[in-house]
Design a protein around this ligand. Structure first.
Ligand code: LCS
Length: 397
């Protein structure tokens, strides 16, 4: 059946599934195997040369993972998708595929800490030139594009300050300069439920599937979605030869399980996110709230245009700065002090000393990440319980 025009929830449940002809299993079994048996030497050769379809070795493909990849490609409106063993595996396998010594990458300065480290401290060791800019300023972007630019890399909403970049504008500017430039968008905070970067003009979407896509805090995984040709390069060079960041079938199974409730989880996340953002925004002990759903957000209009809802990631500054923020976080009882995001549990963290400790103090300031910023991933608990906990935390200040 073709699920292209079905609703999001239907596609998350059904798209990409294969019928188990042997036993009629409803859910995709875990093909826990490293390798696949060939009938003959000739068949092995035909599979290696691509003349015959079929599995060879689980670093190159696995039936459980293949169903998951087809499902994510459908949710992203992509021709193809590659699953990886972590979000960083997706990002590094993609960047190793597009970069080479002498190439130039333009990246937003506000990124997840390890992505920033990969670009600023990793790729530059191998002769790749990286310019960090504010991609939400299109004139600056245009002025930085040059002959050897191979990619523009951004997150929107960005980790941790929820900065919004206009994906369509970035893609238009980059492709007008050179249609071969890959516009790569990390869609982790939004997820395919809230935002479709490919439909907006991006070439490649990357994810940490550790977050909303799996949604249960028990897997580390990633995805890259894009054209068939590009994903084939990511699989056959980026993953196969450069990183080996292949997703295991057990993890693929858990993500498939998580995706059955993806739409309803996201609906609840968004509903809770909105309530918590409003509570924080009205609280006298809060200095500033960073949430794209608030009209006061700098790029609320862009978020409204390119996102279907605003998600459940919120950052805020407590009056009294870093020390007050730490005291507040330490006094919470229901909200859990942990990095990661997109789980059923509400998670709260301090980016400057945790997820973004790869940034120096100057780099944090330049990226618009205040030292005292607190980041909350609003979970699936009852909103009034989350708010009650936050309220008692403010009482302790
Ligand atoms: N991209 C974004 C936007 C992320 O937030 C993360 C992880 C990654 C990529 C990397 O994914 P991973 O390899 O961990 O699956 N972000 C984290 C965070 O904010 N807290 O803990 C991890």
């Amino acid at each position: 059946m073709d699920y292209t025009n079905k609703g999001f929830g239907t596609r998350a449940i059904h798209a990409g599934n294969v019928h188990d002809k042997q036993y009629g299993a409803l859910t995709m079994p875990i093909y826990q195997t490293s390798t696949f048996v060939f009938d003959s030497c000739e068949q092995g050769a035909a599979r290696f040369s691509g003349k015959e379809e079929g599995f060879i070795y689980s670093r190159l493909g696995n039936p459980t993972t293949a169903v998951l990849e087809a499902k994510i490609a459908n949710l992203d409106g992509a021709e193809a998708c590659a699953a990886t063993s972590a979000g960083m595996g997706a990002i590094s396998s993609t960047l190793w595929t597009v970069a080479r010594a002498g190439a130039h990458i333009i990246a937003d300065g506000t990124l997840y800490g390890c992505t920033y480290a990969l670009l600023a401290h990793g790729l530059t060791r191998y002769g790749v030139e990286v310019d960090f800019i504010d991609t939400s300023d299109i004139e600056v972007l245009k002025s930085k594009l040059k002959e050897n630019t191979v990619a523009v890399y951004l997150e929107t909403p960005a980790n941790p300050n929820l900065k919004i970049t206009d994906i369509a504008e970035v893609a238009k500017a980059a492709h007008a300069y050179n249609k071969d430039i890959k516009v790569i968008c990390d869609n982790t905070f939004a997820s395919p439920y809230l935002q479709s970067p490919l439909a907006l003009g991006a070439d490649v979407v990357v994810y940490s599937a550790t977050k909303y896509l799996n949604g249960h805090g028990d897997v580390i995984a990633g995805f890259v979605s894009g054209s068939k040709e590009f994903i084939n390069q990511v699989k056959m060079f980026g993953i196969k030869d450069m990183t080996g960041a292949v997703l295991g079938p057990q993890e693929a199974f858990l993500i498939l399980r998580g995706l059955k409730t993806f739409e309803i989880r996201m609906q609840r996340h968004c509903e809770n996110g909105r309530k918590v953002a409003e509570f924080l925004n009205n609280h006298p002990k809060v200095e500033k709230v960073y949430y794209p759903g608030l009209e006061s957000h700098k790029n609320h209009e862009v978020a409204k245009k390119q996102m279907r809802d605003y998600g459940a990631m919120i950052s805020f500054e407590v009056k009294g700065g870093k020390e007050a923020g730490a005291k507040f976080v330490n006094s919470l009882k229901l909200c859990t002090l942990a990095v990661s995001l997109g789980d059923a549990e509400t998670l709260i963290e301090h980016p400057a000393s945790m997820t973004h400790s790869t940034y120096s103090a100057e780099e944090l300031a330049k990226a618009g990440i205040p030292e005292g910023l607190v980041r909350i991933s609003v979970g699936l608990e009852n909103a009034e319980d989350i708010i009650e906990d936050l309220a008692q935390g403010f009482e302790c200040l």
